[in-house]
Design a protein around this ligand. Structure first.
Ligand SMILES: Cc1cc2nc3c(=O)[nH]c(=O)nc-3n(C[C@H](O)[C@H](O)[C@H](O)COP(=O)(O)OP(=O)(O)OC[C@H]3O[C@@H](n4cnc5c(N)ncnc54)[C@H](O)[C@@H]3O)c2cc1C
Length: 472
């Protein structure tokens, strides 16, 4: 009885709030990957939208995340991302398995097409924020959100570092791995120091010609490279991603008790060991290190992603797969879904947790790409944490030989089921394979869309230069 009265009071209170004067329909926090996608979609849906970013230049400090998975961009909502500033098209993926007495190389190279788009976050985030501004969102840069305004268990706005208070119907949190909003709202649990990957990255300037030469593949395209070698990682995969005239290197360690213990090398040592491999020294010969950075990726599910008046997106909502080093498409998609959710719920006059969650979760559940990657993330996490390095190498090989992470995760589950005599596991793998089939079909069609989008970019550029305007 008491519970019923409580719910009615909150919902009456929310209804009154929806009718009251607020500055904005939606405030989006963070102009990384999820934030601009959310703000752009909110503005397109006619919502009065404010996007707040603490950095003066969006992306200036967002050095992570440099390869965009093309198959994910095949999603209709993400076609516009194909028009972003691109450093290079990546056509293939090469993995080096280095042991004491031999180096084995595996290459995954589709007959044609682009696997990944190599981008720079400082350029990309700026471009993406501009897309949100052009769609009609108001943008405030160089100001951090330091707190939320919370009344009667409902998020009603944010407080800026200047002390200014801004009210809105819905806050969308795109604040990334260190989100303040989700934490203050009690949705992001306290980090325990475990279940996270500590990454270290470095950018090395080599020049365009040298990169063309050292990272070319058999078809004359450019490839990204992964390395598995002793002493260079702890349950992650060191990589080199080519950009236009620099390459970025990364490696890291999964934070388990062993890594925290002194007997394990630090991640900085992993990077030194990686850079000291003879094959890497050759690749980087003559290069100049431009920057270093250390980044955290949390590997924990966020159980509740909505609250009255609040939606968590991107890494703030736990939408990232640290082992695959992938989170940008997940952030774009959840940002867009949060915007659609906010628009529908504001229109209905109900931004309660249950209303927001119903819309948001439905869209996430229906997206095959998101479901596929979350499944793969979980399966890979289980096997990587339980396997020694040699077996991880075997797994990587079967990933590459077996047609990618999704196929591998499904097959691993399938074979494990057979091995254990567990019909349930085999059934689960089979059901998932059937479910994911339409996504795998769509992913082969994205090249036509990509060519169309790039043609639009090129025609805009030539139009502008005909009119004599500045091109950047
Ligand atoms: C080393 C590394 C390599 C990676 N490589 C890839 C890759 O190749 N491909 C891929 O898909 N993913 C990659 N990822 C993952 C990807 O970078 C993230 O998943 C993605 O950036 C998450 O997007 P987001 O919008 O949630 O957060 P972010 O991109 O981190 O953006 C958060 C934004 O919020 C702003 N902000 C934070 N707090 C506040 C506040 N209080 N007030 C105002 N603004 C605030 C920040 O300044 C930032 O601009 C990588 C991650 C790491 C660590």
């Amino acid at each position: 009885m008491k519970k019923t009265i409580f719910i009615r009071n909150i919902s009456e209170d929310l209804m009154n709030f929806m009718k009251s004067d607020v500055e904005y329909d939606v405030i989006v926090v963070g102009a990384g990957c999820a934030g601009p996608a959310a703000a752009k979609k909110c503005a397109e849906l006619g919502l009065k939208t404010l996007l707040i970013e603490k950095a003066l230049d969006p992306g200036a400090k967002n050095v992570s995340g440099t390869c965009l998975n093309m198959a994910a961009l095949g999603d209709t909502d993400l076609h516009y991302i194909m028009k972003c500033p691109i450093e290079r098209e990546i056509h293939s993926m090469r993995t080096y398995h280095i042991s004491e007495d031999r180096t084995t190389i595996f290459t995954e190279m589709p007959k044609e097409g682009v696997l990944l788009l190599s981008i720079r976050r400082d350029e990309f985030d700026k471009w993406h924020t501009e897309q949100a501004r052009q769609a009609g969102a108001e943008i405030r840069l160089g100001t951090a959100v330091v707190d939320i305004i919370q009344e009667n268990n409902t998020i009603r706005g944010v407080i800026l570092e200047s002390g200014e208070k801004l009210m809105c119907h819905v806050v969308i949190d795109g604040g990334g791995v260190n989100s303040i909003v989700g934490r203050k709202a009690g949705l992001i649990p306290k980090r325990s120091g475990k279940n996270m990957i500590l990454y270290i990255t470095a950018a090395v300037h080599l020049g365009e010609e040298i990169i063309n030469e050292r990272f070319k593949d058999e078809q004359g395209g450019c490839c990204i490279e992964y390395y598995l070698a002793p002493g260079t990682q702890y349950k992650t995969w060191p990589w080199i991603f080519p950009k236009k005239d620099t390459v970025t290197l990364g490696t890291g360690g999964y934070m388990t008790q062993e890594l925290i213990n002194d007997e394990f090398p630090t991640v900085e040592q992993y990077m030194r060991n990686f850079m000291n491999l003879p094959i890497i020294q050759k690749k980087l010969e003559g290069g100049k290190i431009e920057s270093w950075g250390v980044h955290l990726e949390y590997d924990n599910k966020i159980e509740q992603k909505t609250k009255n008046g609040l939606i968590l997106t991107g890494e703030a909502g736990g939408f990232v797969i640290p082992f695959l080093g992938e989170g940008m498409p997940e952030a774009f998609l959840t940002g867009i879904y949060a915007a659609k959710t906010a628009a529908a719920c504001i229109k209905k006059g109900d931004v309660s947790q249950s209303a927001l969650s119903e819309f948001y979760e439905d869209m996430i559940q229906e997206n095959l790409f998101l479901q596929g990657f979350m499944y793969v993330g979980e399966e890979n996490k289980k096997s990587i944490l339980s396997k020694p390095d040699e077996e991880i190498v075997e797994m990587m090989q079967s990933v590459i030989m077996g047609g990618g992470f999704i196929t591998n995760a499904v097959h691993t589950k399938w074979f494990k089921g057979v091995e254990n005599g567990s019909i349930d596991e085999v059934e689960e793998a089979k059901t998932f394979l059937e479910f994911i089939q339409p996504y795998r079909q769509v992913s082969t069609d994205y090249m036509d869309i990509y060519r169309e989008m790039r043609a639009q970019v090129n025609s805009n550029i030539s139009e502008k230069s005909k009119n004599g305007s500045d091109e950047k």
